[in-house]
Ligand binder design. Structure first.
Ligand code: ATP
Ligand code: RIB
Length: 306
């Protein structure tokens, strides 16, 4: 069985819940303020570890109370933290999140995440069968160094280009599986891919991103599920019918579950089905990292019909 290595962000999520989101310039009364471990890197590592993969997280925290709390939480999840440093001179990454009607808005203040550098990933010992995962909440140069190292070592690479931002497309040459949502796809593929577009439109847009014919491109579409290109062929996985209460971290759950399955030797199509089921559990709970499911929970769900 391979291992999962996640290079990415670690945040404290400060969540305000309200009945609806305020408009720009408006104030609304909220219901509660909650603190959850989060950050795309940490969320994906927690999902991977809870789903049974031996998981290493590479990242940085500040030397502050949030940093101590997050480190303790991640350790209890069984994640290898030997490549997580607490850094002087920057605060722990913090996300200010509003949740209303199961949907969120997020402002991320990177803090120590912005300091994760190529030296932080240089000592990571990946090998064939391992899975390297990253996202866009640490510097792009670091992601490039990490994926290059993984490629050279013969590991499989997964990139989740979130949050959406413009970047040098050469990075995609280092990617075996690209997992992105419709906003990120819209930015990358251009041509106005809308949420309401049909599956064929998403497949065309996904194909336009491929840098090699065997590269997997997976577009997550929230409750609609997933549209993907696997081995050049389209794959459509419908979303599971659930009552979502907070979708924060759903994409991260999907990526972490995918990585864990691939590390376990699953075929890409099966791994994507599994990730779709795992993420549907995540959205039924509040918070990001704490909402990741266990392998037993996903197994129980997989035995049920859609
Ligand atoms: P976030 O940024 O909130 O973490 P995202 O935009 O990256 O999420 P989504 O496409 O919203 O990711 O969701 C990822 C996956 O989670 C979906 O492909 C699906 O498998 C699952 N999912 C999300 N929302 C729902 C839902 N309401 N019902 C069932 N499954 C869902
Ligand atoms: O993807 C969800 C995550 O994005 C949250 O946990 C928040 O920290 C932001 O990084």
């Amino acid at each position: 069985m391979g291992r999962v290595f996640v290079a990415g962000s670690i945040n404290m999520d400060v969540v305000a819940t309200a009945d609806r989101h305020p408009k720009v310039g408006e104030t609304v009364a909220g219901n509660a303020v909650l603190y959850f471990p989060g950050g795309k890197g940490a969320n994906q590592a927690v999902a991977s570890a809870k789903l049974g993969a031996s998981t290493t997280l590479i990242g940085r925290l500040g030397q502050d109370a949030f940093g101590d709390e997050l480190k303790a939480f991640l350790a209890t999840e069984g994640i290898d933290l030997s490549f997580v440093r607490q850094t002087a001179g920057a605060h722990t990454g913090t996300a200010i999140i509003t949740v209303a009607k199961a949907d969120n808005t997020i402002v991320v203040i990177p803090g120590a995440n912005a300091l994760v550098d190529a030296a932080d990933v240089a000592g990571v010992m990946l090998g064939k069968g391992d899975i390297a995962v990253s996202q866009f909440e640490i510097p792009l140069a670091t992601i490039d160094a990490f994926l290059e190292r993984a490629r050279t070592a013969g590991a499989m690479t997964i990139l989740n280009p979130a949050p959406a931002l413009t970047f040098d497309r050469k990075l995609l040459d280092l990617v075996d599986a690209l997992v992105l949502n419709e906003t990120e796809l819209g930015l990358l593929a251009g041509g106005g891919v809308r949420e309401s577009a049909d599956d064929a439109r998403f497949i065309d847009a996904a194909r336009s991103l491929q840098t090699s014919p065997d590269q997997t491109i997976c577009v997550t579409l929230g409750q609609r599920g997933v549209v993907a290109l696997v081995g050049g062929a389209p794959l459509i996985i419908p979303g599971r019918m659930v009552a979502a209460i907070d979708t924060t971290g759903a994409g991260d759950c999907f990526v972490g579950a995918l990585a864990a399955q691939l590390a376990d030797g699953a075929a890409m199509r099966d791994a994507l089905e599994y990730a779709n089921a795992a993420a549907s559990i995540c959205v039924q709970r509040m918070g990001a990292a704490p909402s990741m499911p266990t392998a037993e929970e996903v197994e129980a769900l997989s035995k049920r019909a859609l």
